[in-house]
Design a protein around this ligand. Structure first.
Ligand code: A3P
Length: 286
């Protein structure tokens, strides 16, 4: 693993390990969607693995064999990662794919495709906290420093994949397209079964009641925390320092209250208001 360094591609930071400008340009300009592709789009730390697991379980009518036997990054490769793109290109259709990319770096071929896109957003204060802890565990990410220091970087978009505000606002511009499904981490928390039913309807996938129960059970935090194919425990020690934390950390809403001071939270609110002015959507955290 190289010393931690980031590069900037079109104004967005990426770690030099696993990402290249060439692949990012390929993703944006040359990657071709297939109409039966399903793409999971999530800003980091907003529920990427959770939604991936749900989509994998739905694909197999609630049967957990696949999610228990194949690593999540092979089941749902990340197209912006060099190795992930290689997997995506040899993935037998229908493909299930992941990305953290902001809309401006997303494959242009989506404009002429019926591929189904899921976008999951999460309370940015909880994203910040999750990102902070995750950054300490991943050796290719810069040490986040103090919460105060990381808060400023996060609010200024000086983190990998750029500004949370720009990501969400950019993707919201797509929200009226028939092939995009918006959901929040908080909705998944509040009503996982109802969310799974909505996701199935969008996918045109009919699951019976027991199959839906199995999706809900196997996508629960506790099941995923113990699933070595989904919980990052198989990641090599030179990539992840397993002594510093876990991917499946707490899996709750509102953990930011345990991390941010009143002053930090108010500062966050002011930056949020400025950045989200004019956005015509009410989120569970508003
Ligand atoms: P916390 O760090 O707040 O616990 P991502 O998959 O985008 O990297 O996001 C990781 C976050 O999603 C972590 O949040 C993790 O615990 C949470 N998460 C993963 N699977 C989950 C599940 N089944 N239920 C609830 N939260 C989950």
């Amino acid at each position: 693993m190289s010393e931690v360094t980031y590069f900037t591609h079109k104004g967005i930071l990426f770690p030099i390990d696993f990402y290249t400008t060439e692949n990012l340009l390929y993703v944006e300009n040359e990657f071709q969607f297939l109409d039966d592709d399903v793409m999971n789009v999530v800003y980091p730390k907003s529920g990427t693995h959770w939604m991936s697991e749900i989509l994998c379980l739905i694909r197999h009518e609630g049967d957990p064999t696949w999610v228990r036997n194949v690593n999540l990054w092979n089941r749902t490769p990340w197209i912006e990662v060099v190795e992930g793109m290689k997997l995506a290109l040899k993935y037998p259709p229908p493909r299930l794919l992941n990305t953290h990319l902001p809309i401006q770096l997303f494959p242009k071929s989506i404009l002429h495709s019926k591929a189904k896109i899921f976008y999951t957003a999460r309370n940015p204060k909880d994203v910040l906290v999750s990102f902070y802890h995750f950054s300490k565990t991943q050796r290719y990410l810069k040490d986040p420093g103090t919460v105060e220091e990381f808060l400023e970087e996060f609010l200024n978009g000086k983190v990998i994949f750029g500004s949370w505000f720009d990501h969400v606002k950019g993707w919201l511009e797509m929200k009226d397209r028939a092939n995009i499904f918006f959901i929040t981490y908080e909705e998944l928390q509040q009503d996982l079964r109802g969310s799974v039913e909505r996701i199935c309807r969008f996918l045109g996938k009919e699951l019976n009641s027991q199959q839906i129960d199995s999706v809900v059970e196997n996508a629960s935090f506790h099941k995923m925390k113990d699933n070595k194919m989904s919980n990052f425990s198989q990641i090599a020690d030179d990539v992840m320092d397993h002594t510093k934390g876990k991917l499946m950390r707490k899996g709750i809403c509102g953990d930011w209250k345990n991390h941010l001071t009143v002053a930090q939270s108010e500062h966050f609110d002011r930056v949020y208001q400025e950045n989200m002015r004019g956005v015509k959507m009410t989120f569970p955290w508003d």
